[in-house]
Design a protein around this ligand. Structure first.
Ligand code: PHE
Length: 338
């Protein structure tokens, strides 16, 4: 039995010395000292040893067990140290490497232009107002003097949510929502998304408008003209000319469309202005008395003007963008240029 124990110790110590990972070491422990391990097997043989020899053998077995145990402990300390060192090396941070710049977003071109326009009108005392994108037919059309059988309603190509409820086709319903809430004098600017069934290079089914409304005693078309000229000069530069052409909107009378001299050729004629020298910029007019009636405003006492401009169009004119869809495709190669 003595030889058996000595051979066992030698084999165990050898395996332990050769274990080069912590899991290999754990395998060795189970193999030699585990409950079902080799040492248990040998100790079972103690019963066959003679009574005189038995205490000495028991003692020897304990010594062997102790030796293997401490060899396991020592090897474990060694292996842990190497594992730690390896981990430290693989996780090491090289502080001298150049950093990676985080991606930084910026304000979308359409929103930049919106903010610029709001700033210009804020300087004149206009306040920002908002209304819902999902609007009733009453606010979008009827209250604006555009009843169901009105031919102008066709040109809006409306998206219906359900009968009587639409995606607003313009920001003009905000006029009515504001007038229901406050008494004159009123000077508001209402930016927002609008929707029409229309899709090509110059039309997107969703686009942005800014509505302007000013109501007070004695407001005239001259006030409308002066206000819009101030706006154009600030946004496009002092040398930009404006002209007003008679037009029709159900909710203004008289109505006009305002053109600005071409931002590319300054009026000489080019591809953008189709050689006319002018670009269509917005629709406007004096608030129709029928609209004041819906708002319960005294149309004998008050007058006002309103205008509605397409922000996307203005942004495209400013930056010479060929298709409105570029604004909404969310292609960073495009957006990052502005
Ligand atoms: N709502 C009109 C449109 O979308 C623009 C407009 C607004 C015209 C206010 C006159 C007054 O075309």
């Amino acid at each position: 039995m003595k030889e058996q124990l000595e051979a066992f110790q030698a084999a165990a110590l050898d395996t332990i010395a050769q274990a080069d990972t912590l899991s290999a070491l754990e395998e060795a422990r189970v193999k030699y000292l585990g409950r079902k391990g080799a040492i248990t097997e040998i100790l079972r043989g103690l019963g066959k040893v003679s009574a005189e020899e038995r205490p000495a053998m028991g003692q020897l077995a304990n010594v062997v067990k102790g030796a293997i145990g401490s060899a396991l402990d020592d090897r474990k300390v060694e292996l842990s140290a190497t594992a730690d060192a390896a981990r430290e090396e693989s996780e090491a941070v090289d502080l001298s490497l150049p950093g990676r710049r985080p991606q930084r977003g910026h304000i979308h071109m359409v929103n930049q232009v919106t903010e610029e326009i709001i700033d210009i009108f804020a300087g004149l005392g206009f306040q920002v107002a908002v209304g819902p994108d999902i609007e009733t037919e009453f606010y979008n059309f009827d209250s604006l003097n555009t009843p169901a059988d009105h031919p102008a309603r066709d040109s809006h190509d409306t998206f219906f949510v359900k009968p009587g409820v639409v995606l607003r086709t313009h920001t003009s319903p905000v006029q009515m929502r504001v007038m229901e809430q406050v008494q004159p004098p009123v000077a508001v600017l209402a930016p927002g998304r609008v929707y029409r069934v229309d899709y090509d290079a110059s039309h997107s089914p969703m686009f942005n408008q800014i509505e302007g409304l000013l109501v007070d005693e004695g407001v005239t078309f001259a006030d409308l003209k002066g206000t819009l000229m101030h706006f154009v000069h600030h946004l496009f530069g002092k040398n930009t000319k404006v002209r007003f052409r008679p037009h029709f909107f159900p909710f203004t009378e008289p109505s006009a469309e305002m053109d600005i001299s071409c931002t590319v050729c300054s009026g000489k004629g080019c591809r953008l202005c189709k050689n006319s020298g002018w670009l269509e910029a917005l629709g406007c007019g004096m608030v129709h008395p029928e609209v004041f009636k819906h708002a319960n405003y005294d149309y004998e006492k008050y007058s006002g003007f309103a205008f509605g401009l397409g922000i996307d169009r203005i942004a495209m004119l400013r930056h010479a963008v060929p298709s409105i869809n570029h604004l909404y495709d969310n292609d960073l190669r495009f957006l990052e240029q502005f």
